[in-house]
Design a protein around this ligand. Structure first.
Ligand SMILES: NC(=O)c1ccc[n+]([C@@H]2O[C@H](COP(=O)([O-])OP(=O)(O)OC[C@H]3O[C@@H](n4cnc5c(N)ncnc54)[C@H](O)[C@@H]3O)[C@@H](O)[C@H]2O)c1
Ligand SMILES: C[N+](C)(C)CC=O
Length: 505
């Protein structure tokens, strides 16, 4: 599909319609691979948040909730399936927009759109299954009482999402929230909102009841903050940086509002000396170069057994040299641009600080010479790293791998856990018992054995430590948006008998 000369001009989406932002302001959309401005998106402010939330509240309670929040899960499932079908129909177009907006290779964007459709389908099934799980009986030790559990939608939810997988990260929240019967206001990242706005168009096309999903684009401080602090939001689900996550948690605590936080990471990949080196190198590359390393779970700390370190790094460089770095729309591109000039500068600063602190830039570290425009960065491999260096401690969110060697399994685990983050970790070894031991020892929410990064909608996703808390995907993702209510009934004909009845005289 050829790139469109201009992207669609969209408004904010709430109450089932497109609306101009209250202050009439818009933000430019820059294609990071060409640096050209290709359009703009609306910049919502507190006034728009108010209107979007009011639409969401109306939709939640409309007709006593009969059309959405209290409708059978099977009704909501029909809408989710219809959204999935539209995403599939529009897959090529949506992938193209995602690439123009974010700089990710078109093949990756197409894969993301497949995952988006699969996620809506998956939660459609869970919405249907929810009906059968209502009124689950609780076994009690007293026979004159009966108890059961209702699972009810939490209410109106605020969903705030990042730019690295724009539509996919939004879907991980929108699909389960709607499946549960919540209504939602989605605030995608100002750096990549195009496909999320298209989701608004899809909701209108399939006839989703107005106000069930509302989408406001704009800056974090102007649109995200008023959403997070609004008393009419019953829960905030946030994916983004640890710094913003902390702010959201502080705001939410003022109203004892539940939050789930999917934050940053600095994940380790441990490679032992018993492996097929080329196979392991490919996982190391995928682990930190897919999406130009702008992946929360990127295995950006590579721990190599000393016996294979030299051979491994030689092969890693050979593989890195062979990656096609190009305009992300070109066929076969495997490394596109990073998302913005700001992100480009930030990554370059990490690399120069690593150099100043005494690390060695073994490979890469600069703009690829054949690309004069666009925010492209070579795959970068950094060695001679100490555990006090910034490059070891902080999330870079770019195509930058830092490497350390280890001698023993114990040392590998200590290095792996030497981080405030706890999102993911990976181990590659032919000794599966060792892999199992290491899976238990790594302090993170996700561990990969003999691979890095595969992600399935059926399996829980989320971190520990400063990578956040709560789990998305699978049944856990649905539970994020359900409130559990106990209903207990006294079912004896006899009086309870705790107090002595007063005299009837
Ligand atoms: N754990 C995960 O599953 C996961 C997945 C993807 C990305 N991430 C993390 O996301 C980060 C990159 O994304 P980013 O740069 O968009 O993060 P970010 O924190 O800058 O922004 C995330 C979202 O929060 C909004 N925001 C910013 N300030 C806000 C405020 N004060 N109040 C409310 N909302 C505000 C932004 O507009 C955006 O929509 C990385 O740290 C990455 O690891 C985590
Ligand atoms: C969850 N994942 C890996 C798709 C994107 C994280 O940034």
């Amino acid at each position: 599909m050829a790139a469109p000369s201009a992207i669609p001009r969209r408004g904010l989406f709430f109450g089932g319609r497109w609306r101009e932002p209250s202050l009439g302001r818009r933000l430019p959309v820059v294609n990071p691979a060409t640096e050209a401005t290709i359009g703009d998106i609306p910049a919502a402010t507190a006034e728009d948040v108010e209107l979007a939330l009011s639409a969401a509240r109306d939709a939640f309670g409309r007709d006593g909730g009969r059309h959405w929040s209290r409708a059978p899960g099977a009704v909501r499932a029909k809408y989710l399936k219809a959204i999935a079908a539209k995403i599939k129909d529009k897959k090529s177009y949506l992938a193209l927009l995602e690439t123009l907006d974010s700089g990710k290779p078109l093949d990756e964007a197409a894969g993301d759109m497949e995952d988006v459709a699969a996620c809506f389908e998956y939660y459609a099934d869970l919405a249907e299954a929810l009906d059968g799980k209502q009124r689950a009986p609780i076994s009690l030790p007293m026979e004159n009482f009966e108890s059961y559990v209702l699972k009810e939608p939490i209410g109106v939810v605020g969903l705030i999402t990042p730019w690295n997988y724009p539509l996919l990260m939004a879907t991980w929240k929108v699909a389960p929230a709607l499946a549960a019967g919540c209504t939602a206001v989605l605030k995608p990242s100002e750096l990549a909102s195009l496909t999320c706005l298209e989701l608004g168009g899809i909701c209108a096309e399939i006839g989703l009841p107005p106000g069930v999903l509302n989408i406001i684009t704009g800056l974090g401080t102007e649109a995200g903050a008023p959403l997070a602090s609004h008393p009419h939001v019953d829960k905030i689900a946030f994916t983004g940086s640890t710094e913003t996550g902390k702010r959201i948690m502080i705001t939410a605590s003022q109203m004892v509002k539940p939050v789930s936080l999917e934050l940053g990471g600095k994940s380790p990949l441990i490679v032992f000396d018993d492996v097929d080196i080329d196979k392991a190198v490919e996982w190391a590359m995928f682990g930190c170069l897919a999406n130009a390393g702008q992946v929360c779970s990127a295995t950006s700390r590579l721990l190599l057994h000393e016996k294979i370190a030299k051979r491994f790094l030689d092969r890693l460089i050979a593989w890195a040299k062979s990656i096609k770095i190009s305009d992300p729309l070109e066929e076969g591109c495997r490394l596109g641009s990073v998302v913005s000039e700001g992100q480009y500068q930030k990554i370059m600063k990490f690399i120069s600080t690593a150099r100043c602190e005494g690390a060695t830039i073994l490979y890469g570290g600069a703009r690829p010479q054949h690309l004069k425009r666009g925010f492209f960065i070579e795959p970068t491999i950094i060695t001679n790293v100490s555990t006090s260096m910034q490059i070891w401690r902080e999330e870079v969110f770019g195509p930058v791998i830092c490497v350390k060697e280890f001698r023993t399994e114990r040392e590998a685990v200590e290095l792996a856990n030497d981080t405030y983050y706890g999102l993911a970790g990976a181990v590659i070894s032919n000794d599966l018992e060792r892999c199992e031991r290491i899976s238990k020892a790594i302090q993170s929410g996700i561990v990969w054995i003999n691979c890095s990064q595969p992600c399935f909608v059926q399996a829980p996703w989320g971190g520990n430590k400063r990578s956040g808390f709560g789990r998305e995907l699978g049944q856990w993702g649905l539970d994020n948006y359900l409130s559990v209510k106990q209903v207990t009934k006294y079912c004896s004909d006899e009086p309870y008998g705790w107090y002595r009845p007063p005299s009837k005289l």
